[in-house]
Structures are given as C-alpha cells and as structure tokens.
Design a protein around this ligand. Structure first.
Ligand code: N01
Length: 555
C-alpha cells in the first residue's frame, strides 16, 4: 500500500511489551523529551529551550509538520481561518508571515511550519525518523527512559506528549482489502509525490472532513469516481478566497485583540447571544442564510442553543438539508447525502469547496452503504450487497484512532509498571487533560479531557505548552522532582468532563470524539466542551494554588 515516507500503513501498530532493547546504544539524558514535531512539539521546543532546558524532540516523520506533514491529499486545507490558525507567541512571526488564502492549504501550512522551524533554529534539537516505542518511568531516578526506533534509549526528567490527536490513521477492516490489485491510499498518510488519477476509476471510502475535501479534487481527474458513504455528513461551504493584503493588514493591526479573544473562547467566531426561538422564522432563516453565504463553521454559532437544544438543532439541520437538496440535481442522490439521525455538529461539521456540487458530475456515483453495505474487496474492485464496482485505485478517508491512539501506541509504563493502556482501559482519565496519576512528569498536549479539537487547536497548544513550561519552572524553583494528578482530582475532572458533555447534544452521534469509530474503544466523550476561557481559568487556578489537584513528590 502507498503511504507517505514509504511506510506500510499497518506498520503503526506497536506490539505490547516493547522494552528497551539489549545491546542498543544510549543517547544523552535531557531535561525534556518532546514527542512529535507538529504545531505542539515545535512550540514546546522553542518555549522550553528559551527557558534554558535541554530538550530533544523525537519525530517519526522525516520533517516537521505533524498532521500537516502527513496529510498531503489533494484538497487538504485547514477549516480554521489562516489568520487564526497560526502561532501568537512571536509578534515578529505573526506580522511577517503572509497568508495567501482565507483558509490555508496543506502546502502553505507546511511552509509556515518549516519557516517557524528555520526562523527559531529548531531543527538542531529534533531527531527525525525517530519513533518513540516505549516510555518507562523509573521510580528510582524519578524520570523516564525512552526507547527510540527499537535500537536506542534516552532518559529525560519530563515527557511532553505532543503526538497529536489525529495522527494514527485507521484503515477499514473490510474482508479482502489486502487483495486489491490497485493502489490503496489513506488521506492521513499520503505519498509525497503527486498522485495522478487522470483517466482511472477511483473509489473513496469515507465522507468526513478528509473525504469531503478529496472527493471534488479526484472527481475532476478520474474517469469514474465511486464514493462509498456510510454516514452522510453535514457540510457547509468554505467560501475560500485569496486573502487581500488590505484584509491582512487590518487584521494584523489589531492582532493582539483577536488573540486575546481567541484565548477566551478558543476561536474567533461571531457567536450569537440569541436563542433559536427568540426570533421569528423569517429572521432565523435570514441568519442561517447570512452565515451560509459567509461560509465556514460559523453557521453552527447562528444561535447559542444549537448544541444544547435538540429542537433548535433540528431547525438548522433542516436548513442545511434544504441546501443539499437545492444543490444536488438527482433527487435520490440528494436524499442519500442528507444527514439524518444525529444532530448537526455532533459529528465534526465539515467545511467544503464544491462537495455537494461534485455529485452533479456525470462521472461521480454515490453508493449508500446504509442501504447496501460493502461485502468484500477483491483484486478488481469493491462489492456491496447492491452491486460490484470495478476500480483502479482506492482512497480510504476513514479517519483516525483519535485523541488516545498515538499515546496508547507507545508502550507507556508508569509507577509500579502500570501501562497507560491498563489505566485507560475504560476510557482516558486525567486532570485538566494535562496529566494522569501514576505517570509522573508526563504532560499531554491537547489530548482527551482538554478542549483540544473543539477549539482552535493552536490556541489550545499554546496554552498547554505555556502551562507546562510554568509548571516545570515551578518544580525546579522549589526543588520538587515529580508532579502527577491526584486520584481525587482526576475522578472529579473525569466526572465533570462527562457531565459537561452530557448537557449538550455532542454525545448523540457515533463520532470519533466518542471513540465510536474504533471497534472496542471505550465510548467516552473525550474533549472538554466548556468554553476555552473557563478551562484556562481552571488550569490557572490549579497553578496559582500551588498545583492543587496534583501530587508533588521527591520521585
Ligand atoms: O475522518 P472521520 P476524517 N466503511 O473519522 C468512514 C480533522 N480534519 O479524516 O461516519 C465505510 O471524520 C466514516 O463513516 P462513519 C477534523 O477534525 C480536518 O475525515 O463512521 N466507511 C466517515 O465517513 C475531522 O473531523 C480537516 O459511518 C467508513 C469517514 O470514514 C478529523 O480530522 C480536514 C469505514 C471517516 O471520517 C477526522 O476527519 C481533514 C468503513 N469501514 C480532517 N470506516 C480540515 O481542517 C470509516 N468510515 C478541513
């Protein structure tokens, strides 16, 4: 199977019980090992190195970028606006970097992250093609021993898990898929060289954010495109456009105001204070339409009760379904594309360019797997219970083992040899999303229990890294060797995160936020749904109270 860096797609699986290899060499000890060189890892390195700590970043890929390094599929683009989806830690960086479009494409974001790495000379402390296979806590010296690529070890006092919430791609478990004679691609591990689909028959499995972006691009090349859709998704138009120098200048003139607001609410959207039924039907429709015309996920903020009141959600969901029916000419295809059975926004809303329009092309066919599930794949194509589709290539836009996958793929062992897998067997447990008890000095960036993917993730990353850096400073200044969440704080936090989610409509869909896309994964709503500003205050309060909720120790 094709993948970025020529890695077999199933090589991500890490066997249980990986230990430090005998006969391997040892690299020097560091204050901090950071795992991952995406947005989070780069900033962790910059911040901690500036504070005087010795830091090593271990990155499995051959260069910086994280998800933006791996996700090179045609159409890959961020659906948070460029001017917001960027670091705020350096005023110079913020002012000098020019974005070319309202929503940056993957190549542009990757260029930005390369620029950041060069500008701040980060590469010298990053080891590429270095996969951390295990991290074992050593109670005698109060730090971590890490195994790198199975043939080297290193030690660190602290670990920062910047391994990403969407970095473990999942291939569909379909009988016969290994026998497919054509090439199979996963959007999350796309080859580095452009893939040409001109004149061939292509199948796409999956219609989440990745599928919805790749489908229009491949449809424009392929002789035939068959989309295999299991769950229809809500998608809103991006209305992407070039970003004019005037708009950029105006934004940059008051960047600090936008950044301050983002730090409170997570992302700068136009959030309505009104509730859906506070206004007349006519006003409501006008507001939906205004936001629809503007483009982007902002549609979901039309009224403040969209994610808490099912009847309010039903009305906006009807509005989106009406737009789909108005766009897609074939009525049965339009009906199949209309999401039903779960609230709008309970699965990550998608943001597209010409997604629904693509189904008006004569070379595109939608296969509704709810009616006719896939029965098998063979050398020449995909069989469903309703027919057979001959294909030359297959694209799996089938998502990720999200939020916990990358952490649990590393053999992490804390106090008493307890594995993180054991500890999280019923779902992730931590305090503030930042630390988990029994695993001292291991910090998690934008993982479960934090707002993570529900906010602008760059805002979350900067917050976490700054909190972690302050925490390490505190420990060093006070001669404390270890910190970890207390069981009581952890219990309270897990209950609070669950309760907060259960007051919303978020848990009412089989989403990856709930782990529902991975068979056997505990069904727990993982992100913290409360406003980012509130979360920030909770983290600050814990720190201000001498790291309340955390146990501070000698080892
Ligand atoms: O993955 P997904 P994604 N047979 O899990 C289907 C971010 N992101 O890579 O819904 C058939 O959302 C699955 O069907 P179902 C963003 O946060 C951002 O698209 O489980 N179908 C679903 O349709 C996003 O939410 C950007 O029934 C199968 C699809 O595959 C997150 O990444 C761009 C199947 C997976 O959708 C993940 O998005 C891209 C099977 N066996 C991604 N298994 C932007 O910023 C799975 N599916 C724009």
């Amino acid at each position: 199977m094709e993948s970025g860096d020529g890695t077999a797609l199933n090589s991500q699986k890490v066997e249980d019980g990986v230990g430090v290899p005998s006969g391997g060499s040892s690299v020097p000890a560091f204050d901090v090992i950071v795992i991952g060189a995406g947005f989070a890892g780069l900033y962790a390195l910059k911040r901690l190195r500036d504070l005087g700590y010795s830091v090593l970043v271990c990155e499995a890929g051959s260069d910086v970028g994280g998800v933006w390094y791996w996700n090179r599929y045609p159409g890959a683009r961020c659906d948070v606006e460029s001017l917001q989806y960027s670091y705020s830690f350096s005023k110079e960086l913020e002012q000098e970097w020019e974005w070319s479009e309202r929503y940056a494409s993957q190549p542009e974001i990757l260029r930005y992250l390369n620029h950041v790495a060069d500008r701040f000379e980060l590469r010298r402390d990053i080891r590429f093609q270095t996969r951390v296979e295990s991290a074992i806590y050593d109670e005698s010296h109060g730090g971590w021993t890490l195994s790198l690529n199975g043939n080297q070890t290193t030690k660190a006092s602290f670990c920062v898990m910047a391994s990403g919430g969407l970095s473990v791609p999942r291939l569909p478990d379909i009988p016969g898929i290994d026998h497919f004679a054509g090439k199979i691609y996963h959007t999350g591990q796309w080859p580095h060289e452009p893939v040409d689909f001109t004149g061939i028959r292509v199948g796409v499995i999956g219609t989440g954010s990745s599928g919805i972006q790749v489908i229009p691009k491949v449809a424009a090349q392929a002789s035939k495109l068959v989309v295999f859709q299991r769950t229809a998704n809500f998608s809103v138009p991006a209305r992407n456009a070039p970003l004019s120098p005037e708009v950029q200048r105006a934004w940059k003139a008051i960047y600090h105001e936008y950044r301050a607001r983002a730090r409170q609410v997570g992302t700068i959207y136009e959030v309505s204070e009104k509730r859906t039924f506070d206004v007349t039907e006519e006003e409501r429709q006008r507001e939906y339409q205004r936001r629809w015309d503007k483009g982007g996920v902002n549609v979901i903020q039309s009224f403040r009760d969209v994610m808490v009141d099912k009847s309010a959600n039903d009305v906006i969901a009807d509005f989106v379904r009406a737009r789909i029916r108005a766009t897609v000419k074939d009525t049965s295809t339009a009906e199949a594309l209309c999401p039903v059975g779960y609230p709008l926004g309970a699965k990550r809303i998608c943001v597209d360019t010409d997604y629904f329009e693509t189904y008006n092309r004569p070379n595109v066919e939608l296969v509704d797997l709810k009616k006719n599930p896939i029965s098998r794949v063979d050398a020449n194509g995909v069989a469903t219970t309703g027919g057979y589709h001959e294909l030359d290539a297959l694209i799996c836009a089938t998502g990720y083992d999200a939020l916990t996958g990358a952490l649990l793929n590393i053999d992490i062992r804390g106090r008493g040899g307890m594995t993180l897998r054991q500890k999280w067997s019923q779902g992730p447990r931590n305090y503030l999303g930042l630390m988990t008890g029994g695993f001292p000095n291991m910090f998690i960036v934008t993982g479960p229990g934090s707002p993570s993917v529900l906010a602008n993730v760059v805002v979350g990353i900067e917050h976490h890294i700054e909190w972690i850096a302050d925490c390490i400073n505190f420990l060093r200044a006070n001669g404390v060797r270890t910190i970890e969440a207390t069981p009581q704080a952890e219990d309270r936090w897990v209950e609070h995160v669950n309760k907060a989610a259960n007051k919303t409509l978020f848990p009412l869909a089989n989403s990856w936020w709930l782990g529902a896309n991975v068979p056997g994964k505990p069904r727990v709503f993982m992100p913290y749904v409360v406003k980012f500003g509130h979360y920030r205050r909770e983290c600050q309060q814990a720190a201000d109270n001498g790291y309340e909720g955390f146990a501070l120790g000698a080892n």
